[in-house]
Design a protein around this ligand. Structure first.
Ligand SMILES: Cc1cc2nc3c(=O)[nH]c(=O)nc-3n(C[C@H](O)[C@H](O)[C@H](O)COP(=O)(O)OP(=O)(O)OC[C@H]3O[C@@H](n4cnc5c(N)ncnc54)[C@H](O)[C@@H]3O)c2cc1C
Length: 451
């Protein structure tokens, strides 16, 4: 097998992967279909084009998980971060970027790298040999998506995300909520108490429906097509179909007894289900929505038990091609059925420019180690990069897998720290201190020759 690494897609992940691998001495071919083949969102033929907002979000590496991811990528000489720093615009604590010079610099840097060849062609089939990283993003071309689907099965590749909001467990008021599966179904105690329930009386339900109907919504972008399926209708659309629809759908109050008020039958119940193996995150079942982010926090905080909820991510429905990574990828980000192919970026089920670039960085380092016959120690799950990859390749529930931003709910808890809102500052500082030490140790760890 040739030692050349082929990377498909020159967006955030592919550009970062090409840089990392080429700097490690590999020959890289970067296959980018633009400008010959366009997507509905990209405007140029540049590599590293930001398709929408020009923000890399918070740059706070002590109190914010995405800021920590910035820090980790800077330490690893990440191209996306160093170029973002060069074209930074004033934006308070956020890292906003002058998008055109940013993408032009990425393009020039990769074009002029002696180890990188850029090939402007669409890849339409899954390669059977050679070393590959596929980083074709949320708008993967139709032909390649079809080839991936043929390999992985139709249910394993999604074309829309339908994201229900995700709440930090320690911000839920358990004096109002309780754990119980409908009709106490399940073989084990864990299964019988798998759901977290928030009860509503009639007035609370009516007020909730009014708030849903009145909330500001986001429209689909032109070309994005509003072809979502009945199985994942936004809750506000369900409410528009009839005020009782939700009570007969995701909010049905049947099979549940509120231990805080056993004599009162709830009029409706909002259910949350564990979203990660750590049990730190819960998603609100069936609550995918196109409400604007500000409206979501206002509306969802009306749910009894969620008055002080902190959201790890808010809901949404977008055009988004992504794999069911927990079932398809191994811990090395390889497709289990074709281990010569790695996936990176948003197609693996992470969400956002920064997360996608981080997965490109990691996939490239894993590929370099494999191609050069070395073994990297596993990336620590206590780092932002490690927490993300651990989540997508196994920590997340495969049945409900939806794209994920980096957040502290993905990190293993630090023992002995105060929970809840009051302990938050110390807790986040402890997470970021631990992550920085572990990331540095991982970056500098000796690479063993593979046996
Ligand atoms: C409409 C829209 C708006 C978004 N807004 C934001 C936002 O504001 N903030 C944010 O953080 N994230 C946003 N995202 C998500 C964003 O796209 C990702 O965070 C990020 O760009 C993903 O990086 P990536 O490298 O995985 O994919 P991309 O950056 O999309 O790069 C993938 C590349 O692969 C190329 N490609 C696709 N198929 C093929 C093929 N078959 N052969 C060769 N090349 C191919 C594409 O042309 C593209 O250049 C948005 C996504 C969409 C669709």
């Amino acid at each position: 097998m040739s030692n050349t690494l082929h990377i498909v897609g020159g967006g955030m992940a592919g550009s970062e992967a090409a840089w990392q691998a080429a700097n490690a001495g590999l020959q890289v071919v970067l296959h980018e279909m633009r400008p010959k083949v366009e997507t509905f969102a990209h405007q140029t033929g540049n590599l590293g084009e930001m398709v929408c907002s020009n923000s890399f979000r918070s740059d706070d590496d002590e109190q914010n998980a995405v800021g920590l991811l910035h820090w980790e990528m800077r330490q690893a000489n990440g191209l996306i971060m160093t170029t973002a720093d060069r074209h930074r615009l004033p934006a308070g604590g956020a890292l906003a970027v002058d998008r055109e010079p940013f993408a032009e610099t990425i393009t020039e840097t990769l074009k002029s790298h002696p180890n990188i060849k850029i090939s402007n062609e669409e890849i339409t089939t899954l390669p059977t040999d050679g070393h590959w990283i596929i980083a074709t993003g949320p708008l993967t071309s139709g032909a390649l998506a079809q080839a991936i689907q043929q390999e992985t099965g139709t249910d394993a590749l999604a074309f829309f995300d339908a994201i229900a909001p995700i709440v930090h467990h320690d911000s839920i008021d358990m004096s109002k909520a309780w754990m119980q599966s409908r009709y106490d179904k399940g073989e084990t105690e864990e299964e019988r108490t798998a759901y977290l329930n928030c009860p509503m009386d009639r007035d609370q339900y009516e007020a909730f429906i009014d708030a849903l109907l009145a909330a500001e919504k986001t429209e689909f972008k032109p070309g994005e097509t509003a072809g979502y399926f009945d199985g994942c209708l936004p809750i506000e659309v369900m409410a528009e179909r009839g005020r009782e629809t939700l009570r007969f759908g995701p909010m049905k109050p049947v099979g549940l007894t509120n231990p805080h008020q056993p004599e009162v039958k709830p009029y409706a119940v909002v259910q949350l289900r564990r979203d990660n193996a750590l049990g730190t995150l819960y998603n609100i079942v069936g609550f995918q929505t196109k409400m604007k982010y500000g409206a979501q926090t206002t509306v969802f905080k009306n749910i009894p038990g969620l008055e002080n909820a902190r959201f790890a991510r808010l809901g949404g429905i977008h055009r988004n091609t992504f794999l069911n990574s927990p079932t398809l990828l191994d811990a090395q980000m390889r497709l289990k059925s074709c281990p010569n192919i790695r996936f990176a970026g948003q197609i693996t089920g992470v969400e956002g420019y920064v997360e996608s670039a981080a997965m490109g960085l990691l996939a490239a380092r894993l590929a370099v180690a494999e191609i050069t016959g070395q073994t990297l120690p596993p990336v620590p799950p206590t780092t932002a990069t490690g927490a993300l990859v651990t989540h997508i390749t196994g920590g997340a529930d495969a049945k409900t897998f939806q794209p994920m931003n980096v957040n502290f709910g993905l990190f293993p808890p630090v023992a002995g720290l105060k929970g809840g809102r009051r302990g938050r500052k110390d807790r986040y500082k402890a997470y970021t201190d631990r992550a920085k030490a572990d990331w540095q140790a991982w970056l500098t760890a000796p690479k063993l020759d593979a046996a």
